[in-house]
Write a protein that binds this ligand. Structure first.
Ligand code: F6R
Length: 648
């Protein structure tokens, strides 16, 4: 939610070699006089615009930049409602001067509508200070009153402007931007990442974070700040994770971290393990299309390194004592949206393999319903971004109650893994399209690995059974590729249905979360009313929705599976067809039972029942994308949404 970028430097080592470390990415105390060697250039603006382009998936209600350079009387700023392209047009018509430091922001609106006036940055201190913000400042009302009583005037409806005015006041008192930022942060309640530049400190960007993300990019003669590493990965892969409640000050040659009381603190350095090309479209029309095609890799890479030479599952990163894991008597999965549907699939697999009861809970509901959680409870928090505030709050709540938390997360350096007891990283690579695809498959894959690991540890299955299932899991990457290769038939069907205004989805067992995920994809991409139901629930009410020609996707389980699951779903198809529905069926190769009752069949390769979601969801993703494209909609940035939901 909201993308934030900060940059200082000129990209040239000589211009910034005034500090120790010879202009390399030295992490050292900031020194007075850094400003002396500053060289103005167009790079600060270029770097924040490039960062904003890569972060635009986090919000696209407006975009803005602010720049400072030596001797400038004011911050130079530009901002525009709407997507980044509007700001770029504004900048080509009204160019900004060369600079030494800059901040940039792409917004997902909370306080105040998506207008030019509410766009960030917000200026204060006679326009010598600019502030950008991600999060929600909960006490902004009382602070606004207080500042207004002291004579402050406000130009927007945002909570951010209150932070800007407060920072200006603290700066006048302290005469130092870092100390002023710490003092401001102490006054704020809610969640925030704040970045600021001031005309008095032309080589400096100061940031603060509380429950919102901020990472540092360490360059040569330049440094970066970003909501996530995508903001700077094209320039540097050396990064630093910041802890909770820290203030960071960057100059071209230094990075200084303190806590909100001004005491020295430390960030944690890491190297980004994907390159900028992974965050490009790579010849596809959209990030979503590219990410659907990345899915075979997402599955395969998430399995890499999870077994030793004897075939036993090893989870080195699971730092929870084995005796604690053996004693677990309940698992609760907490997650939101697509990640929660991955959790539903995990429930079926883990209960079947490990015989441990698994509950799946929307993270925002979990925390407020007084859940029964204790030291024998294992909480599994699933999140692509690792920043979803609802999930983070559920993690904190679970740990307060004594539970152990395993995070299943895709994004390195994010908050949820840091606040969990252990992490199982999914290796889907950067997911840029707002609607999740490859992260979903990677989450399911990681959940299977966790389930098999627990079954191995607790002796629920023989080693050869676990090894056989793991082999089948390894083979799923190839089968996912096959489904993608068959995508053109799905696309053609979707194009022919561009006029549909309601689509239903049915599934049983693991097909049920797949149905819900298919409906979510269609809602968020094509703005069509779509609902996913458990097929058995149909007769208890939803069947009344079916009338002549109603498209209904049905996920059919493997005919080789167990418990008459397949025949029950085939009966459901007949029931809806008898009432005029148009069944669009996802079925396993060779499943002749469904042929007489389906209007369209999207074939998927044979797979064990529990693993089938990895295949069955893919035609639904392609369908939603193709239908939205046929309607002329932007599949990467659907309306009203943002990729990383960092507000509750
Ligand atoms: C839907 C989608 C969302 C996310 C949800 C959780 O396509 O992307 O429903 O799955 O907001 O996000 P993460 O996984 O980042 O916690």
């Amino acid at each position: 939610m909201c993308g934030i970028v900060g940059y200082t430097g000129s990209g040239s080592r000589s211009a910034s070699a005034s500090g120790s470390g010879g202009g390399s990415a030295a992490v050292r105390e900031a020194q007075d006089g850094d400003a002396a060697g500053l060289a103005v250039s167009t790079r600060p603006l270029e770097m924040v615009l490039e960062g904003l382009k890569r972060l635009e998936y986090r919000g696209y209600d407006s975009a803005g930049v602010a720049l400072v350079g030596p001797g400038s009387e004011h911050v130079a700023a530009a901002k525009k409602a709407g997507k980044l392209v509007n700001l770029q047009t504004e900048l080509s018509e009204h160019p900004l001067p060369e600079a030494t430091a800059a901040v940039g922001h792409t917004r997902w609106a909370t306080h105040g509508g998506p207008t030019d006036g509410n766009a960030h940055p917000h200026l204060a201190d006679d326009d010598r200070l600019a502030v950008i913000h991600n999060g929600i400042i909960e006490n902004f009302g009382e602070l606004r009153q207080l500042l207004a009583a002291e004579g402050a005037t406000f130009r927007s409806e945002t909570d951010t402007e209150v932070a800007a005015q407060l920072l200006a006041r603290e700066y006048r008192a302290a005469g130092d931007l870092t100390a002023a930022m710490a003092a401001t942060a102490r006054r704020l309640r809610g969640t925030f990442t704040l970045l600021a530049v001031h005309a008095d400190a032309p080589g400096t960007v100061v940031g603060a974070r509380h429950d919102s993300p901020l990472v540092v990019g360490l360059g040569e003669g330049e440094n970066f700040l970003g909501s996530d590493v995508a903001a700077f990965v094209a320039q540097t892969k050396e990064a630093m994770e910041l802890g909770q409640d820290q203030v960071v000050t960057i100059t071209p040659t230094s990075v200084t971290v303190v806590d909100f009381d001004g005491r020295p603190a430390e960030g944690k350095r890491f190297t980004v393990d994907w390159d900028a090309a992974a965050a490009e479209k790579g010849g596809f029309d959209s990030f979503m299309d590219k990410e659907i095609h990345d899915q075979p890799h997402a599955v395969a890479d998430t399995l890499l390194g999870r077994t030793d030479s004897s075939g036993r599952i090893v989870l080195d990163d699971l730092r929870i004592d084995e005796s604690v894991l053996r004693a677990v008597d309940k698992i609760i999965v907490v997650a939101c949206g697509t990640a929660a549907y991955a959790g539903h699939v995990a429930k079926y697999a883990i209960e079947h393999w490990c015989r441990i009861p698994v509950e799946v809970e929307l993270a925002h509901e979990f925390r407020y319903r007084d859940p029964i959680v204790d030291a024998q409870t294992l909480v599994v928090a699933i999140s692509q971004s690792g920043e979803t505030m609802d999930t983070l709050m559920a993690v904190r709540h679970a740990r307060e109650q004594g539970a152990k938390v395993v995070a299943v997360v895709n994004t390195n350096g994010s908050t949820i893994p840091r606040e969990s007891d252990a992490v199982l990283y999914t290796h889907a690579g950067p997911e840029i399209a707002v609607a999740s695809t490859k992260a979903f498959l990677a989450q399911i894959t990681a959940a299977y690995v966790l389930g098999l690991y627990l079954a191995q540890l607790r002796g629920n299955k023989f080693p050869d059974e676990i090894a056989a299932t793991f082999d089948e899991l390894r083979d799923m990457s190839r089968k996912v590729r096959t489904v993608i290769e068959r995508g053109e038939y799905v696309r053609a069907t979707a194009r022919s249905m561009a006029g549909a205004d309601k689509v239903l989805f049915l599934g049983r067992h693991v097909g049920y979360p797949v149905a819900m995920e298919g409906a979510l994809k269609l809602k968020e991409l094509a703005y069509i009313h779509a609902e996913g139901f458990a097929a058995g629930e149909l007769k208890h009410g939803p069947i009344a929705l079916i009338d002549e020609g109603q498209p209904v996707f049905v996920v059919v389980p493997s005919p080789h599976g167990r418990d008459q699951l397949h025949s029950k779903v085939v009966s459901n198809i007949q029931e809806i067809r008898a009432r005029g529905a148009r069944p669009l069926v996802i079925a396993e190769d060779g499943d002749d039972d469904v042929r007489p009752f389906a209007d369209e069949i999207f074939w998927i390769p044979k797979a064990p029942t529990l693993l089938q979601p990895l295949l069955a969801v893919v035609p639904l993703q392609i369908f939603a994308m193709a239908l939205a494209t046929a309607k002329g909609l932007d599949v990467d940035q659907p309306r009203n949404l943002a990729k990383s939901v960092t507000v509750e």
